[in-house]
Design a binder for this molecule. Structure first.
Ligand code: PGA
Length: 239
């Protein structure tokens, strides 16, 4: 694990976007694993800026997103599909036929197999972007007794429901989601995990300095060969 503490969200976004854009320029049809949430937005903003400046093209890039809520239509304003379309895909030259997404309304077992096959057929994920939950979750892999492998349907924890409910102003937040498993995430060749803000400080400490345990799912990244952790000073405060 390489840990870098940077001063601002903007600097973190720039750093992550540079790694991604450099990789895309060298490997135009590479496979990116993408995340939703507030954390990756500065990174996506910088990727869009690079595209608009003519310094990168994403038209051959294949993508797989980490997770999706169950029980929401794909077009709902709170679906992660809509989040990605609005915050990244529609603002650069991504080709939507290269976009891989979990279907939160499909049979979870079949969907898990389909996603695993699709990732394999694409040659695996080259760079996986991750955030971290206040409880140490990565994607929607909540603290539990075992590490999961492929995608699975998860009951969201109270901590996650509390953190994400702010985005749901018309309907109650879904209680279930389908998420890439820990095994799928760990098979990515490179991982960039970003954590910002004091609310992530305890989870960051457990991830970096704690034992490797599914009680803190992100701690598994200690065992990844190429994991870069980008933090601001607040998220790094307990290290
Ligand atoms: P956030 O979510 O980026 O909105 O803080 C991160 C996560 O829960 O993984």
């Amino acid at each position: 694990m390489e840990v870098r503490v940077l001063r601002t969200n903007a600097e973190i976004g720039k750093t992550a976007a540079k790694i991604i854009c450099d990789y895309v320029n060298e490997n135009p049809s590479c496979v990116l694993g993408l995340a939703t949430g507030a954390t990756p937005l500065p990174t996506y903003g910088c990727m869009i800026d690079e595209y608009k400046a003519g310094r990168v093209s994403f038209k051959e890039v294949r993508t797989f997103n980490l997770d999706e809520y169950c029980g929401l239509p794909r077009e709902h304003k709170n679906s992660y599909y809509t989040f990605m379309a609005e915050n990244l895909f529609s603002k650069a030259d991504f080709d939507m036929k290269n976009v891989g997404f979990l279907d939160g309304n499909a049979d979870a077992e079949e969907e898990s197999r389909r996603y695993a096959d699709a990732i394999k057929a694409a040659g695996g994920i080259d760079i996986q972007i991750l955030g971290i939950g206040r409880n140490g979750h990565i994607a929607f892999n909540e603290p539990s007794d075992e590490f999961t492998d492929e995608a699975w349907k998860v009951k969201l924890s109270d901590s996650t429901i509390e953190a994400n409910s702010i985005y749901f102003d018309d309907i109650p937040m879904p209680r279930y989601a389908i998420t890439m498993g820990i095994g799928s995430i760990m098979r990515a060749k490179k991982i960039i995990l970003i954590a910002t803000g004091a609310s992530k400080a305890q989870a960051v400490r457990d991830m970096i300095n704690g034992e490797v345990t599914p009680r803190c799912p992100a701690s598994v990244l200690q065992q990844h060969k190429d994991a870069l952790i980008l933090l601001d000073e607040s998220a790094a405060a307990l290290l």
